[in-house]
Design a protein around this ligand. Structure first.
Ligand SMILES: [Zn+2]
Length: 334
């Protein structure tokens, strides 16, 4: 699924539409609730980790650049991440079956994953036209994306040999004449954007101390890195790449690693994610060092394994046993 840098880029694509009114709602979704977006104004756009949040409010509300025009729900009812998640309700935007959690993994990872996320009932969106902002949370599948003022075109034939363009799940046409197109995503109504900048690896407010404390837990380092409570936006690609760059075995116990190693891992997490975002904004691709590779850059054979917490997601890891030896002995802290 798109990781933090991709979702941040999606957010930047939506930002110019903030302040504009939705003139038409299209897409493959048959949810009536989304049709209610028509005539509403896009009030705000935020990215947090792997989630994009768009706020909609009544078009009649004044909208001013740089100010909060309405008593947004964040101020009215501060909501912690967990509460927001529980309050989120799913509007599954598809003819189903195509975009469960499994579809958010790389094809190679499919076989080891199971659907974990359950959906709750669709909320009454009638009050979406009231004076309070309503937030939509977008969670993207493996091929999830957003396009601004263009549609995605097929770049290869599908399994049946057809050159079929991807079907948009949601199309929002604005009064300016521009439009946003959303592909392969799940959409939830929620009461607040549930933004946690302290744990967002791309946020200037990312809290290194909190992240370091998480990494020092006596658990496999590759589990901690994917824990969105501490490393929001960090996904499997970033995990594999930064563990290689920091020369740390994915199953190393955080509590057994030297502080300098953990500091180095944090530096790589932030730097790699930032560089990736800049590459995306410049239209450049990413060259993997270890992810999906058979040999590391030094020519060593790469190992592959499926690791995860006993009761959590299992994800594929790639590592070089020579560049990333497993540490069994407690190394001195400095
Ligand atoms: Zn190597």
């Amino acid at each position: 699924m798109p990781e933090g840098p991709s979702v941040k880029r999606f957010q930047l694509l939506t930002a110019p539409f903030v302040g504009q009114v939705v003139a038409k709602v299209g897409g493959s979704s048959r949810q009536r609730n989304l049709k209610d977006l028509k005539a509403m104004r896009l009030q705000d756009s935020q990215a947090s980790g792997k989630n994009l949040f768009l706020a909609f409010g009544a078009a009649l509300e004044a909208w001013t650049m740089g100010g909060s025009p309405s008593p947004g729900p964040v101020e009215e009812e501060p909501t912690i991440q967990g509460e927001a998640d529980r309050g989120a309700c799913s509007l599954t935007l598809s003819q189903e079956g195509q975009e469960d959690e499994v579809s958010q993994l790389s094809p190679k990872e499919h076989s080891v994953q199971r659907k974990q996320e359950t959906e709750c009932s669709v909320p009454d969106a009638a009050d979406a036209a009231g004076g309070i902002w309503k937030w939509l949370r977008f969670h993207f599948g493996l091929f999830g994306s957003i396009r601004a003022n263009e549609f995605s075109r097929a770049n290869k034939a599908n399994k049946r040999g057809d050159w079929k363009d991807p079907v948009p799940r949601l199309v929002l046409n604005f009064d300016s004449g521009g439009f946003l197109v959303f592909y392969n995503c799940r959409i939830h109504w929620c009461t607040s954007p549930a933004v946690e900048p302290a744990s967002d690896i791309l946020s200037p407010k990312f809290h290194r101390g909190q992240a370091l404390a998480a990494l020092r837990q006596p658990t496999s380092i590759c589990y901690t890195l994917l824990d969105q409570r501490y490393f929001s936006g960090l996904g499997n690609i970033i995990k594999n790449e930064i563990l290689y760059l920091a020369r740390i075995h994915p199953l190393s116990q955080g509590s057994l690693l030297a502080l300098s190693d953990l500091e180095s891992l944090l530096d790589h997490a932030v730097q790699f994610s930032t560089d990736w975002l800049h590459k995306k904004l410049a239209g450049k691709g990413l060259h993997y060092q270890i992810y999906l590779k058979e040999k590391c850059p030094l020519g060593h054979e790469v190992m592959q394994g499926t690791f995860g917490p006993r009761d959590g997601f299992k994800r594929l890891s790639w590592w070089c046993p020579q560049c990333q030896p497993l540490q069994f002995v407690h190394r001195c802290w400095n």
